[in-house]
Design a binder for this molecule. Structure first.
Ligand SMILES: [Ca+2]
Ligand SMILES: [Ca+2]
Ligand SMILES: [Ca+2]
Ligand SMILES: [Ca+2]
Length: 484
């Protein structure tokens, strides 16, 4: 009953959603199609109607909202709208809706305006002149009596609402504390009565009183990285990172999302349902508080290593405009530049030379490294590529990334020449010192261990004097595990 907290917001203010709409948007509930006839509800007078099975109307009474078993013509008080003399597509009463369709759940609440009106009528209370018994609010027990006598026929699973403490809502921030205390006392009494009623009938209650108390006492909360204050929004729709709209009375969409989860929790707890709560990500996305955006991917680098060294990649400069997504970011790398990702995972993976070798990384190519960042909420971004260069080790004359016998063979093929291709130590000549350079950087062929045999050793001719010549040969035998 009452328009304040259950009537659909969105037709009059794009970006505002209440808990009913959020449950629909999150696929957790179905209130039927949107009625095609303009609604007499306060919020959608200019547009389409309410959901077929959501009747929230200022001035409703328990007898009309609970008891009606027919469509709206019998209770419609909004016949003045052109073209909509009736609202034949909205159920006004829970009983009617529940018995006419496969309705599983229903909730009943007294809207904030109904409470507020009663308090405003207490002029002395607003003026701070009255410590304020809350007889007007207590008079709402007339409605509780109606709830008690309403015919809750199985299988309808009903949720009654324990109301937030009006006295601690921002709208009453100016009241004297004694009046706030009085309101709180009476709200507690009201809620206790609701809870007792629910217990008698085996119904669920959703405890919005505690929900608001907890949010206020903990000075707000953080939902998916976004701080939600217990105060009011700055006005309009510009800042909804608070519990209340600028009127200090109506919950913001994100607070409504918390209410939506409270309803889910109540159904699960009382009726053994297993409805999934809205996730924090859903809460900030469905409310429009933090629309989903793709990550920003940064592959780090450029990268330069020497052959046979490990490579430390670093994508930690990546981020996500949705702050709450950052802890969820997943990284996949294309290191060898073949366009296929999955070469490594993680924000800062270290790759051994053996792993790089498996990926075909060598010393003659500049590779284009990219990282693909997935926020796991549908946003995937591939970074710009950065260079990876692998420097050849000294002695790797044939540039196959290893320093081994094949490089010795290069030296042998250019023995005692000045050929730069075989001048491992860069001293201008090809001789035994180049073999020593190769030996000093020996990489055991990338696997090592096996004995290797050198083909015919180089033959060196030394001319000592006219007419005399010796032939000198030098052989090196390479053994497993070392060299000699
Ligand atoms: Ca994102
Ligand atoms: Ca790849
Ligand atoms: Ca080599
Ligand atoms: Ca040399």
């Amino acid at each position: 009953m009452g328009d304040s907290y259950s009537d659909e917001y969105s037709p009059i203010a794009a970006g505002l959603y209440n808990w009913v709409e959020l449950l629909v948007a999150g696929g957790r509930a179905d209130f039927g199609p949107f009625a095609t006839f303009p609604s007499g509800d306060p919020r959608n007078t200019g547009g389409a109607g309410s959901y077929t099975y959501n009747y929230a109307k200022g001035g409703a009474t328990t007898s009309s909202a609970l008891g009606s078993t027919t469509f709206l013509p019998t209770v419609n008080n909004n016949n003045s709208q052109p073209g909509s003399p009736n609202r034949p597509d909205i159920w006004p009463g829970i009983r009617g809706a529940g018995t006419s369709a496969a309705i599983q759940y229903a909730s009943q609440e007294i809207g904030g305006n109904d409470m507020l009106d009663q308090i405003i009528n207490r002029q002395k209370l607003l003026l701070g002149l009255d410590s304020g018994t809350m007889n007007p609010i207590l008079s709402r027990f007339e409605q509780i009596t109606n709830i008690a006598t309403a015919n809750y026929t199985s299988p309808l699973k009903m949720v009654l609402v324990e109301y937030p403490d009006l006295g601690s809502m921002p709208v009453f921030g100016g009241l004297q504390q004694i009046n706030k205390d009085s309101i709180r006392l009476n709200m507690t009494y009201f809620n206790n009565s609701v809870a007792a009623l629910a217990a008698v009938h085996g119904l669920a209650t959703v405890d919005l009183f505690s929900l608001w108390d907890n949010l206020r006492n903990s000075n707000g909360t953080t939902i998916h990285g976004i701080y939600i204050s217990p105060g009011t929004s700055g006005g309009g729709l510009a800042d909804l990172r608070s519990a209340w709209l600028s009127d200090g009375l109506h919950p913001t969409p994100i607070f409504q999302a918390m209410w939506a989860n409270a309803f889910i929790g109540a159904l699960n707890a009382t009726y053994g349902e297993s409805i999934a709560a809205l996730s924090p990500k859903e809460m900030v996305t469905l409310t429009g508080l933090d629309p989903q955006q793709a990550p920003i991917a940064n592959a780090g680098g450029a990268y330069a290593i020497a052959a046979h060294n490990a490579l430390a990649l670093n994508a930690s400069a990546s981020t996500d405009p949705n702050v709450g997504d950052v802890p969820f970011l997943q990284y996949s790398w294309d290191i060898n530049g073949d366009g296929i990702f999955g070469d490594a995972t993680g924000a800062q993976p270290d790759l051994s030379w053996a792993q790089l070798h498996t990926l075909g990384i060598g010393v003659t190519t500049t590779y284009r490294v990219a990282v693909r960042v997935d926020d796991t909420f549908g946003g995937i971004t591939t970074s710009l590529p950065v260079d990876l260069k692998v420097a050849a080790l000294p002695g790797d004359l044939n540039l196959d990334a290893d320093v081994d016998v094949s490089d010795i063979q290069v030296v042998a093929g250019h023995w005692l020449t000045n050929d730069a291709v075989a001048d491992a130590n860069g001293d201008g000549s090809v001789d035994i010192s180049d073999v020593q350079t190769i030996a000093a950087h020996w990489t055991a062929g990338g696997g090592g261990g096996a004995a290797v045999s050198v083909p015919e050793p180089p033959t060196v001719t030394l001319v000592l004097a006219a007419g005399l010549a010796w032939a000198m040969s030098c052989a090196a035998r390479w053994r497993s595990g070392g060299k000699s």
